[in-house]
Design a protein around this ligand. Structure first.
Ligand SMILES: *Cc1c(COP(=O)(O)O)cnc(C)c1O
Length: 371
């Protein structure tokens, strides 16, 4: 992955610097409005990262010490870390072999009497099948939080992912589809959750710093609860506004590159590329493939072969339950997670990638395909 940044981002940042207001202010507000529109949600609250957006989502959803939160182990570690920030316990659910996402069945297998929330991830940009998970959880009073860190530009039943959840967290880290350097967003259909998240990200101040600055005699502010500093800066939001405009082009190019990989590798036995599910389309934030036993070498062998050709690929998605930070947690068997985390790798894919560069990768994959 390489971020796709250009002259428009430079001009936008320059304008913010010249304005003299670089912290959270009018650009953050404009980015929130534009993002909520683009993702067809009612409210958006910008944050310093997706990790802090997940933290805020759990707070406003009322998750407390002693609660269980069902999460996929098959995800970047921030998904499993978030519940611990509010004193809750992450409970690992397995994922579906085709998409790498949790399903209503794997969530049902992981529920406990203390389950109060589920974090459903759109892993690598693959839309999670949210409706059956909500059909399971809503009647039980379990809040479904969507972790769409990788999901901007993916669709679920014709709508942007995230729009079907009560609350969704997004990332603008350079490894994701849009970037602000670091940054995140929380979107929600519930105005009262948005309002509380908006206060909590700014020390739970009753009057925002931007509003105080705008008045000569600033009204006295009050701190109603213990908040955080999870703010995005106007420098970041200015970049985010430009990036958001690039989203359709970014997704189109990534899908084109993925289609070329698919065509070129169709005849190579033993490689399975992740594919769009019946219920949506992926932005191809990451294009992973599974190295099956019928391939000529295993995942580690293929990574080495690529490295010898001067091509850097990456192991597939991690499994949090295998990390020391989450060792010792009880969990249901996670056979699909175990299989995918050992057998998958993420192919090189970035907006500026040429067809010739892609063909070099394909050549190595063909050369090591065994029979
Ligand atoms: C990257 C990622 C995060 C964390 O995002 P940050 O903005 O870096 O905090 C959380 N969840 C998933 C699924 C991710 O891929």
């Amino acid at each position: 992955m390489k971020p796709w940044l250009g002259a428009a981002e430079i001009a936008a940042v320059t304008e913010v610097i010249e304005s003299g207001w670089v912290a959270q202010g009018p650009r953050v507000a404009a980015f929130e409005t534009a993002f909520a529109d683009a993702m067809r949600t009612r409210r958006a609250v910008a944050t310093s990262s997706c990790t802090t957006a997940l933290h805020l989502a759990l707070v406003v959803a009322g998750i407390r010490p002693g609660d269980d939160v069902v999460v996929p182990s098959f995800s970047f570690v921030a998904t499993a870390n978030a519940p611990t920030y509010v004193g809750a316990w992450p409970v690992f659910a397995d994922v579906d072999l085709a998409t790498g996402n949790i399903t209503a069945e794997t969530v049902a297998a992981a529920l406990t009497p203390a389950t109060r929330a589920v974090i459903a991830v759109d892993q690598a940009g693959m839309p999670v099948d949210l409706a059956p998970i909500r059909a399971l959880c809503d009647p039980l009073g379990i809040v479904v939080i969507e972790d769409a860190a990788c999901g901007a530009g993916s669709t679920y039943h014709g709508r942007p992912v995230g729009a079907g959840a009560e609350i969704t967290a997004w990332s603008f880290h350079p490894r994701k589809i849009l970037t602000t350097g670091e940054g995140g967003m929380l979107t929600t259909s519930r105005p009262e959750w948005a309002a509380r998240a908006r206060r909590l990200r700014e020390h739970a101040m009753s009057v925002s710093a931007a509003d105080r600055h705008a008045s000569l005699v600033s009204p006295p502010e009050e701190y109603g609860e213990v908040g955080f500093n999870f703010r995005m800066t106007d420098l970041q939001a200015a970049v985010g506004l430009v990036q958001l405009g690039r989203l359709p082009e970014i997704v189109a190019r990534r899908r084109q590159l993925a289609a070329r990989y698919r065509d070129e590798l169709a005849g190579v036995p033993g490689l399975r590329l992740v594919e769009d599910p019946a219920w949506g389309t992926s932005n191809v934030q990451s294009l992973w493939l599974e190295v099956l036993p019928s391939y000529g070498t295993d995942r580690e062998g293929l990574l080495l072969a690529l490295a010898s050709a001067g091509i850097s690929a990456r192991r597939g998605i991690m499994a949090a339950h295998r990390q020391p930070a989450h060792a010792g947690r009880d969990h249901v068997p996670l056979p699909v997670t175990e299989r995918l985390t050992s057998s998958t790798l993420i192919l090189p894919l970035f907006h500026q990638m040429t067809d010739a560069e892609l063909d070099r990768v394909v050549q190595v994959l063909r050369d090591h395909g065994g029979l």
